[in-house]
Design a protein around this ligand. Structure first.
Ligand code: PHE
Length: 338
């Protein structure tokens, strides 16, 4: 038995010394110390050793096991160090190589204008209110004083989903949703996508509008002019002039179109402003009594103003973009300029 133990020890040490990689070492561990490993088998054979020799033989077998464990641990440490060293040498990196530049994204010009307007209006106490893009005819037209056969429907070529459901043609639908839910004083801004069956250099089937609505006691057209003048100065230029021009919308009375002085020629007249010195930027007006009544707001107590502007239009004027389609082509060379 002693003989056998000594031979096994020599063989194990030899094997361990010869292991060249940590994987081989792990296999040796199983071979000698595993469940049916050679040392374990020896231990199992202890039952055949005469009783008086058992303590001495047991000591030897246990000694053998600790010796093998120790050798394996030592060899493992040495192998790991060697493997790490080899890997570090093989994977050495050239720190002088130029790095790969990551491209930085930016905000789309329509979002830039949207954020700038929200910021300017927030300073005047407006809150953002958003409505759904798939809207009921009821909110988009009927409640805004545009009944089923009203000629004003022709001004907005509509994408219908069903007879009573459509893709909203104007953010004005948000006015009704807001007034149905909130009591005056109301001061909201409702930005979002709108849809019209229209496509050329200045029209896109999907574009962005921003609606504004103020309802309170004693609101007048002067408030409308004051608020929009303030915002135009912030968004365009501090010296920009604004003017109101009579217009027509079924949901406002009186209705106006707001123009700003042409940024290109300063009002003298050029091709951008078609010689007039003015550029139309939005539609607005005093909220029609009928609309207030439709929403349960007493028009003898409250008055209000509303306005709606196209974000693409403002972006085109502000940045001098000649064709609305540039805004939707997503050509990186174009978008990078903002
Ligand atoms: N909704 C109108 C449009 O899309 C703009 C508008 C909004 C006019 C609010 C007056 C008041 O043309």
């Amino acid at each position: 038995m002693k003989e056998k133990i000594l031979r096994l020890k020599e063989k194990a040490l030899e094997d361990i010394k010869n292991a060249k990689i940590t994987k081989a070492l792990a296999d040796l561990k199983v071979k000698y110390l595993g469940k049916s490993g050679e040392v374990t088998e020896l231990l199992k054979g202890m039952k055949d050793v005469p009783n008086e020799e058992k303590p001495a033989v047991g000591k030897l077998v246990n000694g053998l096991r600790s010796a093998i464990e120790e050798f394996i641990a030592e060899r493992e440490k040495a192998l790991k160090e060697a493997e790490l060293k080899a890997r570090l040498e093989a994977e050495s990196i050239d720190v002088t190589l130029p790095g790969k530049a990551t491209r930085r994204g930016g905000l789309h010009p329509v979002n830039l204008v949207r954020n700038e307007l929200i910021e300017a209006f927030s300073g005047l106490g407006f809150k953002v209110f958003t409505g759904p893009e798939v809207e009921l005819d009821y909110y988009n037209f009927q409640q805004l004083n545009i009944p089923a056969d009203h000629p004003a429907r022709d001004m907005q070529d509509t994408f219908y989903v069903t007879d009573s459901v459509l893709l909203r043609t104007q953010t004005s639908a948000g006015q009704i949703r807001c007034m149905e839910n909130e009591k005056p004083p109301i001061k909201i801004l409702s930005p979002g996508r709108v849809y019209r069956s229209d496509y050329d250099a200045t029209h896109s089937p999907m574009f962005h509008q921003m609606e504004g609505l103020v309802v309170d006691k004693g609101i007048t057209l002067c408030d409308l002019k004051g608020v929009l003048e303030e915002v135009c100065k912030k968004v365009f230029d501090k010296d920009v002039k604004t003017r109101l021009r009579p217009s027509y919308f079924p949901f406002t009375e009186p209705s106006v179109e707001i123009d700003v002085s042409c940024s290109e020629c300063g009002g003298k007249g050029c091709s951008l402003c078609k010689g007039t010195g003015w550029i139309e930027i939005l539609g607005a007006g005093m909220v029609n009594r009928v609309v207030l009544e439709n929403c349960g707001v007493d028009p003898d107590v409250y008055t209000g103003f509303a306005f709606g502007l196209g974000l693409e239009r403002i972006a085109m004027l502000k940045y001098g973009i000649p064709d609305i389609r540039y805004l939707f082509d997503n050509d990186i060379r174009f978008l990078k300029q903002f």
